[in-house]
Design a protein around this ligand. Structure first.
Ligand SMILES: Nc1ncnc2c1ncn2[C@@H]1O[C@H](COP(=O)(O)OP(=O)(O)OP(=O)(O)O)[C@@H](O)[C@H]1O
Length: 470
């Protein structure tokens, strides 16, 4: 389908190919579409330089590759970590074996660092805080890229409801961070996934060589850390352009940090407020999600003021047990998947496995979408995925099972978080993302008690008991 950019989309397409551009848009407002179209446009400038289109989600990288039929050798689409590894490798800073520390090992070394400092400072109570607290705080230091204690001490600690740290105690946390780096290096690991961007940025600052990319475009930018954005801005060639597309309502990777702290310097912020994907019935439901008590308001959020599509009101069905719930979801999803693209969105692997098995028993092999899904395309088929991997994608019909208190918010996330409020505020955005994937139908189910993250506004959906639908 050929898409003609409209309104503000058209204005963004026509912006000059230099400087910084920021586009904030509501779900379905064409951010990805315009990111792709602009990337092609820039890559086709005669004698122009190369273009890098970066997105967070691997499934979306594949989707974008699939959507762009006219492949230009000047356009590269990849996720941030591929870019970061490639760049560090090109500078001789990436060990050929895996030099990146995974999250579990990171947690292990941070714990070790705390234990070692405790021995040296037995009276310091900061070291008695839970391990999760240190992991979260060190990740914050990494994502911001504080180079020293002074920078860290002066920073406002944003995006966190509880456990404020007294400024005078930040030195202890920074000491844990430094000890962690020391232990990590002794084990031969140069980076973890959260601080690679810091090293990329520093390396770029020393790198006087020619930049590979003249234009860099970021899609789903709300989930990039300030340091990731900073490093991409730094990677642009002189006279080139950097364009940021994002939606703060869809920030689902728990960092709660703002693009505003990343050194992007745009004269004007473009706001896309026309939703081309969701019917008004779904934008009304999505809005009700943002009015739940656990949702944190953000001035950068863009509300949909107009919709193009039409569709039925979302439904919520209550079942007496999970078995019946799964049976209904499987039967209905198989039926709609025969005539329209349909997805079942789950919170975790276990739920996906349960549903895959139930689908298989009904003779249906659903297509699983994950970060490695090659050449994903939205055919008239049944797909299954997680909330996280559904990000950026769209389907005619969306099924969201298990919206029960017991499963959503995910109890593992809540128990591993420093505060319940933070975990709830992160989890509720998953529901917003999942609901806004739908171009037509939205079918939600639960058994037992309804999730506290579900909208309180019951006018935004139709409620049914199982007897009414079976
Ligand atoms: N100008 C347009 N005319 C017709 N359709 C459009 C237009 N712009 C976008 N669309 C369609 O709207 C849908 C949503 O677009 P897109 O996925 O780019 O939005 P998005 O802002 O990236 O959404 P999200 O943030 O929710 O993932 C797509 O099906 C796209 O083809």
């Amino acid at each position: 389908m050929v898409i003609t950019p409209r309104g503000k989309q058209e204005e963004v397409m026509a912006l000059p190919a230099k400087g910084h551009i920021v586009v904030l848009g509501t779900a379905g407002s064409g951010k990805t579409t315009i990111a792709l179209l602009r990337a092609h446009h820039l890559a086709n400038i005669p004698n122009g330089g190369k273009v890098l289109l970066v997105t967070f989600n691997g499934a979306l990288v594949e989707y974008m590759r699939g959507v762009s039929s006219s492949r230009s050798t000047k356009l590269v689409v990849e996720n941030y970590h591929k870019f970061a590894r490639g760049y560090l490798y090109s500078r001789g800073k990436m060990p050929s074996w895996n030099g990146i520390l995974g999250p579990e090992e990171k947690a292990y070394y941070i714990k070790q660092a705390v234990e070692l400092l405790k021995i040296n400072y037995p009276k310091e109570s900061t070291f008695n805080r839970p391990k999760e607290f240190f992991i979260e705080e060190i990740t914050f230091i990494e994502k911001f890229g504080f180079a020293n204690l002074v920078e860290y001490s002066e920073a406002e600690r944003i995006g966190r409801a509880s456990s404020n740290i007294k400024r005078e105690n930040r030195k202890w946390i920074f000491a844990v961070y430094e000890k962690y780096i020391e232990l990590r290096e002794a084990a031969g690991r140069k980076y973890d996934w959260d601080d690679m961007a810091f090293y990329v940025f520093n390396e770029l600052q020393d790198d006087v060589g020619e930049r590979r990319y003249t234009h860099i475009i970021v899609d789903e930018g709300q989930d990039f850390s300030p340091m990731m954005i900073k490093s991409l801005v730094e990677a642009v060639a002189d006279g080139g352009s950097f364009t940021f597309f994002g939606d703060v309502a869809q920030q689902i990777y728990g960092s709660r940090l703002s693009w505003r702290d990343s050194g992007v310097n745009a004269n004007k912020i473009w706001r896309f407020n026309v939703n081309y994907r969701n019917p008004a019935t779904i934008t009304t439901f999505a809005k009700a999600v943002t009015q739940n008590e656990y949702w944190r308001q953000d001035g950068d959020m863009v509300e949909a003021t107009a919709q193009i599509a039409e569709g039925p009101k979302p439904i919520l069905v209550k079942f007496s047990d999970k078995k019946r719930e799964v049976a209904w979801v499987v039967e209905r999803a198989i039926a709609t998947g025969k005539t329209a693209s349909t997805v079942i969105i789950c919170r975790n692997r276990t739920d996906i496995d349960t549903l895959l098995l139930a689908l298989k028993n009904k003779g249906c092999a659903a297509i699983e979408i994950n970060k490695d899904t090659p050449g994903f395309a939205h055919l008239k088929k049944l797909y299954i995925t997680t909330y996280h991997s559904a990000k950026g994608l769209e389907f005619d019909n969306v099924f969201i099972p298990y919206l029960t208190e017991e499963k959503f918010p995910d109890p593992d996330i809540v128990s591993g978080a420093v505060s319940n409020e933070d975990a709830y505020a992160d989890e509720i955005k998953l529901l917003y993302v999942a609901a806004t994937r739908s171009k037509y139908g939205l079918y939600m189910t639960y058994s037992g008690a309804l999730s506290p993250l579900f909208p309180e506004d019951s006018d935004s959906y139709d409620f049914h008991d199982e007897e009414e639908v079976i």
